[in-house]
Write a protein that binds this ligand. Structure first.
Ligand code: ADP
Length: 425
């Protein structure tokens, strides 16, 4: 098997989103959890998305993991590697987008790296290097209140320049709309002036296809699922990949109990929890008690065990931005986040031991902690619950597969949890 496309995602929900996009485009895709073992047996696929949990770790750790993932992907024949980041460019001035991009650029020998988090159909557009979330600039969007990486600057040329050792240029929309040759010429000009990467504007779906076509002639690119879509379309158009008639997993029903865990504090997830409260039992955890010790988690598990026989349940640590700020002020942002993520992983483990076979998790970091704890090597991609959120079936040699849905905080409509349960049979 020779991979047409290798991808390294900096969190697990982002990886699912990308694997979902590639699958919908017709690429047969597997999502692995962590850097796969050298001897991992894969079905015949066109693309592999290696999921890391590297968005919020120290930059040198993110670099080391990403390099190892790249090496594995290249060993399976991938000529192009996409470093998949969040479509809201989640990062801090310490990284990790810039340091990982610099390392992959150095390893690949590319003079110029194309970078864009744009995905117009999901409301992420980039104009003059400024990222818009829907109609508002990034720094006015809910991302300004993110618990781990609050985004206070919408100009990605500036944001990436603070993180990267190379000079960051702009590939403007006027050039993108003139097509691949104009883009190539502009990138050559930038490289000649000493720039090592460029933020690419993209406002319409067609812009992604132009950027994807040009990116394929490089060894590395950096972007969100929108760039994945551009690359997939370019691979199909070039004939390097034949579109699968059905890329999605349509395995046997798994049955069993269903449960939802929410660790995201995004506005979308808070609304989804409120909506779920009308149709299923919901337990809201006290973050202070979670941080204080295991009792809160043990009581939550007992609460869930008493109810999962009757239908799905939801357990949430999520709270409003003011409450999150208060908890972080008392315990520190990273310590509070880590303690709550581990509590969610404890809950996931306990729920699975109690017979849950269908698990829905809201929150990128939260999903990462859960999937790590459950020691899942990888997933096949199934039906789409909401844009960017597929049903995932665990790769399981013994045939005892489980279904998971891993949702980035912002994703999904108000009825996300019930929509997910309905599709996960
Ligand atoms: P999202 O996808 O919305 O970014 P994540 O799970 O990636 O969600 O990040 C949310 C972070 O907030 C996690 O580290 C989680 O443990 C932490 N968290 C969850 N609930 C609370 C809370 N009530 N107070 C403070 N932090 C919280």
């Amino acid at each position: 098997m020779t991979l047409a496309l290798g991808c390294i995602a900096d969190d697990y929900t982002g990886a699912s989103d990308l694997a979902n996009t590639l699958t919908r485009c017709g690429l047969r895709t597997v999502q692995t959890i962590g850097i796969p073992a050298d001897d991992l047996a894969l079905p015949e696929v066109d693309a592999v998305v290696v999921s890391l949990k590297s968005r919020s770790v120290a930059a040198d750790t993110a670099v080391a993991w990403s390099r190892a993932a790249e090496k594995w992907l290249r060993s399976r024949g991938a000529e192009h590697v996409l470093f998949k980041i969040c479509s809201t460019f989640d990062s801090t001035d310490k990284g990790n987008i810039g340091p990982v991009m610099d390392a992959l650029r150095a390893d690949s020998g590319d003079a110029m790296v194309l970078v864009t988090p744009a995905f117009p159909e999901t409301g992420r557009s980039v104009y003059q290097g400024n990222l818009f979330v829907g109609s508002v600039p990034l720094n006015e969007s809910p991302l300004k209140d993110h618990p781990l990486n609050p985004m206070h600057d919408s100009n990605l040329v500036r944001v990436l320049a603070r993180q990267s050792a190379t000079r960051i240029g702009l590939l403007d929309l006027a050039t993108v709309t003139r097509g691949p040759e104009a883009v190539q010429a502009h990138l050559h000009e930038l490289a000649a002036k000493g720039f090592g990467a460029a933020i690419a504007d993209a406002v319409f779906g067609l812009d992604l296809e132009t950027i994807g076509t040009v990116a394929l002639s490089h060894r590395v690119s950096v972007g969100a699922s929108g760039l994945g879509l551009g690359l997939a379309r370019a691979l199909l158009a070039s004939g390097r990949v034949a579109a699968a008639t059905c890329g999605t997993d349509e395995g046997e029903p798994v049955g069993g109990a269903a449960a939802c865990l929410a660790g995201s504090c995004s506005q979308a997830t808070l609304q989804q929890i409120a909506a779920a409260e009308r149709v299923m039992p919901v337990l809201r955890l006290d973050p202070e008690k979670i941080i204080a010790g295991p009792t809160e988690t043990q009581e939550a598990l007992a609460w869930a065990r008493a109810r999962i026989g009757q239908g799905p349940v939801l357990i949430a640590s999520s709270s409003t931005p003011d409450q999150v700020t208060a908890v972080q002020a008392r315990h520190g942002r990273d310590a509070a986040g880590h303690a709550i993520e581990q509590a969610m992983a404890d809950l996931a483990e306990g729920l699975m031991q109690s017979g849950v076979r269908r698990l829905i998790v809201a929150g990128g970091e939260t999903s990462g902690a859960v999937v790590d704890r459950l020691k899942i090597p990888g997933f096949l991609v199934g039906a789409e619950i909401a844009p960017g959120v597929p049903v995932l079936r665990t790769i399981c040699p013994t045939g005892d597969s489980k279904l998971l849905a891993l949702k980035s905080g912002n994703f999904g409509g108000p009825r996300f949890f019930t929509d997910a349960v309905a599709l996960m049979n």
